[in-house]
Design a protein around this ligand. Structure first.
Ligand code: FAD
Length: 405
């Protein structure tokens, strides 16, 4: 565990800077995101629209997403958690947590594009050096270029150090061979950060011997889309068949990428936790309104304990998850990788989101299932959250090992 509960610590009040950021994010969504989303209308909310027949997002949708990201970057929000020396605002993990959570409480389509997700700059990219800064990091910070993070393969997901993708040095070049799959933003990325084994496990150890390479979009072959229920057109295979990249495409140090990535696991889990909690809160607000208005057997359905307890249980879990989120963010701000805290948050918040989404669909009856309502979309998102960035089981393994098992 990181800083102990006995240290003076986690503050639940929102400091002035964060309050200002949250207020201006609300305004940004209203003034900048809403008009862009309104232009596309139902295209963004009906899952059957906005896609090519194979699932790929249409150019119209991609254009709208790109505009939101660029405006957010210009306004200083997009990658505000990145260090100021690379063009970020250096906001604390607590502020980043609150901002992610706040945007997840918005029903405006594309609000989830305001802060940099897997397509945007993450701390790993801050290791860029020399020409990499101008060619990849800076355009990613301005949202002029997008990226992807490629670790998962057909044969390995959770057990990613056992990856098959490898890279061999040949003069001034590296030759990459392998296939990645389920890579978010791969269909649209200008460059992908590809993880490959460069020294065998027998020599380098399980987590050593893995290097991250920057591979440009015209250097790899895009394979099939990996469409998930709830996330269509976003993920795809990245095929690397003897792809040659110059030596200066190594991001960070040779053989050290897995350690670098592990250092940032906590941040990814914090972001997903925040989004899960924000979404669950939004769903509970909708369920409360509906349970008050909807009548059955001559009374509001909220008068039935079977309904009110669903909402109450959700509120209690969200309350506890939010406290775990702040504790995790505060631990990260103290320079600790927050291994236990981020796994506890990720597991608890995403399971809470899943249970809340399921209950809120139930509270709404058949209108909960209706395609034009957003409840099933959020339920699908919750299900995805329990798999990505480390599955439920991997989080529980981490928690067990952090507590001595
Ligand atoms: C929408 C979406 C977006 C994604 N985006 C990306 C991305 O951008 N980049 C990327 O690299 N990957 C991405 N992924 C892949 C994702 O990270 C993996 O799917 C995830 O890590 C699980 O790997 P797997 O699917 O191979 O399952 P496996 O690792 O094969 O696991 C299968 C089952 O076995 C369980 N299991 C495995 N090992 C253990 C263990 N030690 N103890 C207990 N249970 C265990 C798992 O929890 C799971 O239930 C994405 C996936 C989805 C669905």
């Amino acid at each position: 565990m990181g800083r102990s509960a006995n240290d003076s610590g986690v503050a639940f009040d929102i400091d002035e800077e964060t309050q200002l950021i949250l207020r201006s994010l609300d305004e940004f969504v209203e003034q900048e995101v809403e008009p862009i989303a309104a232009e596309l209308g139902e295209t963004l909310t009906n899952p059957r629209l906005g896609h090519e027949p194979d699932g790929r997002l249409t150019d119209e949708v991609l254009g709208a997403i790109g505009r939101v990201r660029k405006r957010s970057a210009e306004a200083g929000y997009y990658a505000m958690n990145m260090p100021s020396d690379v063009g970020g605002e250096d906001v604390s993990a607590v502020t980043w947590y609150r901002a992610n959570k706040r945007l997840a409480t918005s029903a405006v389509p594309l609000s989830n594009e305001v802060l940099a997700g897997p397509a945007g700059p993450k701390p790993l990219l801050a290791a860029a050096e020399g020409d990499q800064i101008e060619n990849y990091l800076e355009p990613a910070m301005r949202a002029e270029k997008t990226t992807a993070f490629a670790q998962t393969e057909p044969g390995v997901g959770s057990d990613s150090p056992n990856m098959d993708t490898n890279a061999e040095k040949d003069g001034d070049e590296w030759v990459l061979d392998g296939t990645k799959q389920w890579i978010t933003n791969a269909p649209y990325a200008d460059f992908v950060q590809v993880f490959a084994r460069t020294t065998p496990q027998a020599e380098a150890g399980r987590h050593g011997g893995i290097t991250c390479f920057i591979v440009e979009d015209d250097e790899f072959e895009l394979g099939s889309l990996n469409n998930a229920v709830g996330s269509v057109g976003r993920q795809a295979e990245v095929r690397l068949d003897d792809v040659r990249v110059p030596a200066d495409r190594v991001l960070g140090d040779v053989d050290a990428a897995f350690y670098d990535a592990m250092g940032f696991l906590g941040l990814g889990r914090l972001e997903i936790g925040a989004q899960a909690i924000g979404s669950a809160e939004w769903l509970l607000d909708r369920a409360t309104e509906f349970a008050t208005d909807r009548e059955a057997f001559d009374r509001s359905i909220g008068d039935f304990q079977a309904i009110s307890h669903k909402i109450a249980r959700g509120r209690a879990n969200v309350y506890a998850a939010d406290a775990a989120g702040l504790r995790c963010a505060w631990t990260l701000d103290g320079g600790d990788p927050a291994i236990a805290e981020s796994s506890i948050l990720k597991w608890f918040a995403t399971n809470t989101f899943w249970e809340v989404a399921d209950d809120v669909v139930q509270v709404h009856g058949s209108s909960g299932l209706a395609e034009e309502n957003p409840f099933m979309d959020r339920l699908h998102q919750a299900r995805i959250f329990r798999v990505v960035e480390g599955t439920d089981e991997i989080q529980l393994n981490t928690i067990a090992s952090q507590y001595g098992l």
